[in-house]
Design a protein around this ligand. Structure first.
Ligand code: APR
Ligand code: PHB
Length: 389
């Protein structure tokens, strides 16, 4: 098989890259080691920046998003005694949408299978070769067990945190560096058939730990509790989870709405950046190169920003035979990555209790500042809704 861009991984990064390239007349093939069912069932975050909505819409992926997505104009920040609303359009003229990453992925897969570039699920033994030449290749075994060789001009490593691409960059790129922070807490997340008891998401600081009230639709809530990373999900009955949520979101004159829990899991929290995001003809994008903790809702949005940049660089490289954007890709992408890394770390640090009373006072002071200073609130709003590309 031959293609211009071989794409490893059918998450939002790989699927959107394939689509953006197709719209520019560049062909690609996507290989994914999981099944379509698995990829479409994976529950991930659900906040889309204005930039992300614009990119998806321009790529022809906005139909269901605009029909079913929920437009949001702010968030509530809560600490004991206070529930304060940040109005994003007023602060920075931008807004966000609630639309699950799972739904974005379903839309992209449906479009790809309806006449888009080839997409192979259930592949195994993916190996990347000759990335330091102009003709790299991907070897894999297809779903029928047949070994395949995909000859490419470029390989895109959009295979997430656990995929093989990052290690190939690490083996060969001069001066490869990694930065990592593992946070001493985790999120216990549930999906519940319960109408959200709030108009906007609630980010709540509480002495027992952080809690987040999010949603997926007018009848489905998505809620999170800060827990110790050593906690086991088996020890958290639905009743215990609802009690924890009710305590942490408690606010005068307000009540949580409960319902059947349809999914629950514990998610570790880490920051991770790997640079450069390129070796020769292999380019990394999305979780393959960086992870942010979920507090700022930046993971998916950062993956989209990467592939917008990468698609432009690849069009220029493969159509105009100019290397300037490809050469600038890693540095340009990393500037946005570090901004989002800082914002996610800052939101995380402000909202998660550590057990240290000094930390608690600093957090409360920061929260009061964001809720009383327009300048401080605007800084949060601009980052949350997404800085312009
Ligand atoms: N071969 C082929 N595909 C692979 C391999 C492999 N060896 N290893 C991993 N993959 C696939 C995964 O199964 C997954 O479908 O690569 C895909 C990577 O997708 P994501 O993990 O979703 O990463 P990305 O597309 O960068 O999306 C960005 O934003 O909200 C965050 O972490 C969240 O997934 C989200 C991310
Ligand atoms: C979610 O809805 O899953 C979600 C929302 C906001 C966040 C993180 C996750 O900051």
């Amino acid at each position: 098989m031959r293609t211009q861009v071989g794409i490893i991984g059918a998450g939002p990064a790989g699927l959107l890259l394939s689509r953006l390239l197709a719209l520019q007349g560049i062909d690609s093939v996507v290989v994914e080691n999981r099944s379509r069912e698995y990829v479409e069932a994976r529950i991930r975050a659900g906040i889309l920046e204005q930039n992300t909505v614009d990119v998806l819409t321009e790529a022809g992926m906005g139909e269901r998003l605009h029909r079913e997505g929920l437009e949001h104009r702010g968030i509530h920040l809560q600490y004991p005694g206070t529930r304060h609303t940040l109005d994003f359009p007023e602060l920075c003229g931008r807004r966000v949408w609630v639309y699950g990453q799972t739904e974005v992925v379903k839309d992209l897969i449906a479009a790809q299978l309806a006449g888009g570039p080839p997409l192979h699920f259930d592949v195994t033994d993916v190996a990347i070769e000759d990335v330091d030449t102009d003709s790299p290749r991907i070897r894999f075994t297809d779903a029928d067990g047949t070994p395949q060789v995909l000859e490419c001009d470029v390989v895109a490593g959009t295979d997430g945190f656990h995929g093989p691409s990052r290690a190939v960059v690490a083996e060969g790129a001069a001066g490869q560096r990694l930065w990592e922070r593992t946070y001493p807490y985790a999120w216990l997340g549930i999906l519940a058939d319960a109408a959200p008891a709030t108009d906007e998401l609630i980010y709540a600081w509480h002495p027992d730990g952080f809690a987040l009230y999010s949603m997926r639709s007018p009848s489905v809530s998505r809620l999170y509790l800060q827990v110790d990373p050593g906690e086991r999900i088996e020890d958290w009955s639905d009743d215990r989870i609802w009690e924890g949520l009710a305590t942490r979101f408690a606010h005068e004159g307000w009540e949580i709405s409960t319902g059947t829990v349809t999914e629950k899991s514990i998610l570790p929290m880490r920051s991770f950046v790997s640079a450069p995001m390129r070796r020769g003809r292999l380019f990394l994008a999305g979780d393959a190169a960086h992870i942010v903790p979920p507090t700022g809702a930046k993971g998916l949005n950062l993956a989209v920003a990467d592939v917008v940049l990468l698609s432009r660089a690849l069009v220029r490289l493969l159509q105009d035979k100019e290397t300037d954007l490809a050469d600038a890709y890693s540095d340009t992408a990393l500037r946005r990555v570090w901004r989002a890394t800082h914002f996610s770390w800052w939101m995380t640090s402000m909202l998660h209790t550590t057990g240290d009373p000094f930390d608690a006072e600093l957090q409360l002071s920061q929260l009061r500042r964001v809720c009383s200073s327009e300048a401080a609130a605007r800084e949060l709003a601009e980052n949350y809704t997404g800085l312009p590309y």
